[in-house]
Design a protein around this ligand. Structure first.
Ligand code: AMP
Length: 503
């Protein structure tokens, strides 16, 4: 599906920011490991959860709306027989809650059964859907995962697994990390630009493919490596190993920088970097670029915590103007000045602005003694609509802060995400139409500074050209209708003759 400028892809029933997992074991049932892995990936999606397994004879599926803990009861898990399977957690949207898009998507067809879990967003799903519908395929949802499943099923009627996956990869354009079950064979696929994370782990008696390494840790496994951009990984049915096929090669990757900034768990290793250390590194750069000497620095829990710790560490070493600290000058004190009520859900998904403001107040409460009579810096990872920062600044002033400065561990978010993060539409993004000074005024902070894109690339130890920075530059690494692209990528032609099997 394509989107007009400023339109939020999340409101159109597409596949979103999600967590995926696939497991193949040597005899042991896969259900429990899949279930625990989904728990570890819960932060990537709270709208629905599902597992599809295969016992060598038939496919079993259970998909339910809600959190992992609510979606399965013991009898559901017992019904999911087999040593191989995949799982999925789906991100909530601000719009309608639609069970037809819950995953894994599963289907049986002439050459067996398929299960599919998708994290990401295709930008040409509508074109492929129209083409397949014209060839007699009937669709039950408006999600792009079903489009991938139908295309793959069609290819599997005529060719072997690896070619079938390759030809589907040549047709789909956009962001995708997939776990797939073809009968009891488990596959992992990452899009040629590696937009969303996906990694391989070794367990005592098998292998796992998961969105984040934290899921592998939960299973007492060992991270083997990331799935490479454009790679297909096929787990052996006996749990003893995996095969790798580099099906598509691209010169440049387009890793989503926001995974490292906000989305992923800090204890995950993505593209060989521990997310927590990347965030601390971003915090250090924030001090170097825009440090301000205040009595205390405090994180917005939990999203700003690692940034604030890196910021405070750097502030212990140098002054805000880059000089070594004099003896006895301890820098800026790191303090937990805001307490979070962990039972309140994410403010972001509250449908109205009024509710969002109320939710921030429910969620965060200042600790008066850390704030009263002090100059304060608060650190968060990002400003989206500005709701959280506006509320926090006023809350801290009400609690007696003398000055409130805000530092943000990412550049201003000026454009929507088409690759799967619910980032609000252009009209809602406070930085889309306002300068940093205007935003500072709007949130009533004494000063406000963001991080540069250079600092982001440095902290991630990569080049700008290998990152997807679409939401902070407005230029995307994919060919999205109505939006500029920052590289030479074109959508595949859909609807003509099929790609040659020799490709
Ligand atoms: P806002 O209040 O709209 O400015 O949103 C900023 C807050 O939302 C920050 O505390 C972020 O950590 C958090 N945030 C940023 N991106 C997202 C996202 N895609 N989904 C949910 N929360 C987010």
């Amino acid at each position: 599906m394509t989107h007009g400028r400023g339109e939020n892809p999340q409101r159109t029933g597409m596949t979103e920011k999600c967590g995926v997992v696939g497991v193949s074991l040597d005899g042991r049932e896969a259900t429990r490991p899949l279930y625990y892995a989904l728990y570890a990936l819960q932060h990537r999606g709270q709208e629905s959860a599902g597992i599809v397994t295969h016992d060598g004879f038939q496919q079993h599926s259970h998909v339910e709306m809600g959190l992992v803990g609510d979606a399965f009861d013991p009898s559901d898990l017992e019904g999911l027989a087999g040593a191989a399977g995949i799982g999925h957690v789906r991100y909530p949207t601000a719009g309608s809650v639609d069970s037809s898009c819950a995953q894994p998507f599963s289907v049986s067809f002439k050459s067996g059964s398929l299960g599919l879990s998708h994290n990401g967003n295709l930008v040409n799903a509508e074109e492929i859907r129209d083409d397949l519908a014209g060839k007699g395929h009937a669709f039950t949802s408006d999600g792009d995962t079903e489009v991938i499943a139908h295309d793959l099923a069609r290819n599997l009627l005529e060719e072997d697994l690896v070619r079938a996956v390759k030809h589907t990869m040549q047709r789909i354009h956009g962001s995708y990390s997939l776990t797939i079950s073809h009968d009891d064979t488990i596959l992992g696929v990452r899009d040629p630009q590696g937009n969303r994370p996906l990694c391989i782990g070794k367990l005592e008696d098998g292998y796992v493919i998961a969105s984040e390494s934290a899921a592998i840790d939960t299973l007492d496994g060992e991270l083997v490596r990331d799935v490479r951009p454009g790679e297909l990984v096929v787990l052996h049915d006996d749990g003893q190993g995996f095969d790798s096929y580099q099906l598509i090669e691209r010169e440049r990757t387009a890793h989503c920088f926001f995974e490292h900034v906000y989305f992923a768990r800090p204890d995950s290793v993505i593209d060989e970097e521990l997310v927590y250390e990347v965030r601390r590194g971003l915090g250090r750069k924030l001090w170097e670029e825009s440090g301000v000497e205040t009595d205390v620095v405090m994180p917005v829990p939990d999203s700003g915590r690692a940034f604030a710790s890196g910021y405070a560490d750097a502030a212990d070493e140098t002054t805000a103007d880059g000089q070594a600290r004099a003896e006895g000058d301890d820098g800026v004190e790191f303090a937990e000045g805001l307490m979070k009520n962990r039972y309140v859900g994410r403010t972001f998904i509250m449908p109205t602005q009024d509710e969002r403001e109320r939710a921030v107040r429910l969620k965060l409460n200042p600790i008066k003694s850390t704030v009263e009579g002090k100059t304060v810096t608060i650190i968060d990872d990002s400003i989206v609509r500005g709701t959280t920062s506006r509320q926090l600044v006023s809350l801290l002033r009400d609690s007696g802060a003398k000055e409130v400065h805000m530092r943000i561990g990412a550049p201003p978010i000026v454009a929507p995400c088409y690759m799967g993060i619910d980032m609000a539409s252009r009209e809602e993004l406070i930085a889309a139409g306002n300068s940093t000074e205007e935003i500072r005024e709007e949130i009533s902070a004494d000063s406000l500074a963001y991080l540069s894109t250079d600092a982001v690339a440095e902290a991630l130890k990569t080049d700008h050209e290998d990152l997807c920075l679409g939401c902070v530059t407005g230029e995307y690494p994919y060919d999205i209708e109505g939006e500029p692209t920052d590289r030479k990528v074109t959508r595949p032609e859909i609807g003509g003759s099929r790609v040659s099997a020799d490709d």
